[in-house]
Design a protein around this ligand. Structure first.
Ligand code: G4P
Length: 495
């Protein structure tokens, strides 16, 4: 197979959903089709095994949620498919946001009894920002749920994307037995289905692949992941229409996946499983070319060459050492603190990939040292955990106090636990009244200066030393936006 064919046959995507909509069940059924697993239940039992072998993950075990984001690769009908798993728990939404930067498309799973739920709405915002092509799977059609047309309306209204059904459900709830492709309808339709078809033909456009690839149109599928109905139709349509690796914007230029020179960026750092050896796995998305084991690549931020003797790929749930991987693939590089989220590796070129923004956190606390003898350990731990992307650190410009911002309460517990077990440091949290952190910029130097002087008690630096306005209420933020028309307030770090 040629180098180009290898890349063209890759499909790298994530399944996203609100917890309990059926993401795990659907993932598992896709893996079954790919022959990557042989029994249902394997994906879930893997989650449990993983938690049992890692100490700090006791937290997630206790709470019965999966903190880890991993990759499952398998071959199907000549295609190489990489599914990036995303944590369902909303406290780890930032992890999911970053995973979405490494995929070329997304499948959204919706519980047909519930319709669009909050978590899905937030994730869709990230897809829209990045123009990621999405397909929608209306799951649990074997249960009494919302009317299939209402579900389509719901997706259009709530997720802000045009939809067109590709399959249709033959019945719903107890009567649900199959789906059929709208392009290949059964001859004898019931009166009800006949009426459905008239409505569909009158209202919904035909599937337009260009519109889908631009992120403007979402094809919709109905089914039951649990009963394995409608899954094959989704998979076959997916491999035929979902994009192969797309080009990626770097600060310097656009990088095409077919370029021979290797480039990639780190979108995820998986915490060490063993507290005695502080080793992590840095997950790199390959943006172009071919990655080879034991070959020197340039770590752009540190301006030095590195090579990797044990890069891993992920086939089904097994981690395997690989000799080569192609654009679209994810490689896991064992790491002892060399990498940060957003780092670039190349065959020599100085490139910096864009599109790995930090999102404005939603919860804030002061972090204080609870053991004066361990200040160094604490500083190091906090720095490394922030590099891993566990949370964001801000420093008050007024008094130098350290503020940790997260998207959920659970992350504070993870940080405290890991500081203690991995860095031998103790921290204490102090509450703070805070609404949002936003990055500010302006062409009007004078206005920016006035703003910063007036709002001195609200100003902080982010990890790159950029100015961040910490608004303690929606009111304060609104007033600031009104009073300072020449200042732009950004809610992600990349603008
Ligand atoms: P998640 O990863 O999105 O959180 O959801 P998951 O697949 O774990 O599914 C959540 C629950 O919904 C599971 O039930 C699962 O069996 C059920 N489910 C998934 N797809 C379907 C479907 O198409 N129809 C029906 N009726 N149920 C479905 P559970 O009771 O939490 O777990 P389990 O004991 O069944 O494993």
């Amino acid at each position: 197979m040629t180098f180009q064919d290898e890349i063209l046959r890759r499909r790298t995507f994530a399944i996203i959903s609100h917890p309990d909509a059926g993401k795990t069940t659907l993932t598992e059924k896709l893996l079954l089709y790919g022959g990557a697993i042989h029994v249902a239940g394997a994906v879930k039992s893997n989650k449990i095994r993983k938690t049992a072998t890692s100490d700090w993950m006791e937290i997630e075990k206790q709470r019965g949620i999966s903190v880890a984001t991993s990759v499952m690769g398998f071959d199907y009908a000549g295609y190489h498919i990489n599914i990036l798993d995303t944590p369902g728990h909303q406290d780890f939404a930032e992890d999911t946001f970053r995973t979405l930067t490494a995929v070329d498309s997304v499948i959204i799973v919706i519980d047909s009894a519930k319709g669009v739920e909050t978590q899905t709405r937030r994730l869709m915002e990230v897809c829209r920002m990045r123009k990621t092509p999405v397909m929608v799977f209306m799951n649990k059609m074997d249960r009494e749920g919302k009317d299939p047309f209402d579900l389509l309306d719901d997706v259009e209204a709530e997720l802000g994307i045009k939809v067109t059904p590709v399959t249709w459900a033959n019945g719903q709830g107890l009567k649900f037995e199959s789906v059929f492709a709208l392009s290949n309808r059964p001859k004898d339709l019931s009166n009800k289905l006949h009426a459905d078809m008239e409505l569909i033909d009158g209202v919904y456009p035909e599937f337009d692949r260009e519109a889908y690839l631009k992120g403007d149109l979402a094809p919709v599928f109905y089914g039951s992941a649990y009963k394995t109905i409608g899954v094959q139709e989704l998979l076959d349509f997916f491999i035929a229409n979902a994009p192969s690796p797309r080009s990626v914007e770097a600060m310097e230029r656009k990088v095409d996946p077919m370029e021979e020179a290797f480039t990639g960026f780190c979108f995820k750092i998986h915490a060490n499983m063993d507290p005695n050896h502080r080793s992590c796995i840095a997950f790199f998305k390959i943006c172009s070319g071919k990655f080879l084991r034991n070959t020197y690549y340039k770590h752009v931020r540190e301006n030095r060459e590195m090579r990797f003797s044990a890069p891993t790929c992920f086939m089904a749930q097994k981690k395997e050492t690989v000799d080569e991987a192609f654009a679209g693939d994810i490689v896991g590089l064992p790491d002892t603190g060399n990498f940060k989220i957003g780092d670039t590796l190349t065959s020599g070129e100085n490139l910096h990939f864009k599109g790995l923004p930090s999102f404005s956190p939603e919860m804030f606390k002061y972090i204080e040292n609870a053991d004066p003898m361990k200040q160094k350990q604490l500083d190091k731990g906090v720095r490394q955990l922030m590099d891993e992307g566990v949370a964001q650190l801000f420093i008050s410009q007024l008094n130098g106090r350290k503020i940790i911002g997260t998207v959920g309460q659970l992350q504070f517990e993870v940080i405290q636990y890991r500081l203690e077990h991995e860095y031998n440091a103790k921290c204490r949290w102090e509450p703070m009244q805070m609404y949002k952190a936003c990055w500010i910029e302006s062409d009007d130097e004078a206005e920016l200066k006035t703003f910063k002087a007036r709002k001195a008690q609200y100003m902080a630096f982010d990890k790159e030393g950029r100015d961040v306005f910490m608004a303690d209420s929606a009111y304060i933020l609104n007033m600031a936006q009104q009073d300072y028309k020449n200042i732009k307030f950004h809610f992600t770090s990349e603008f």
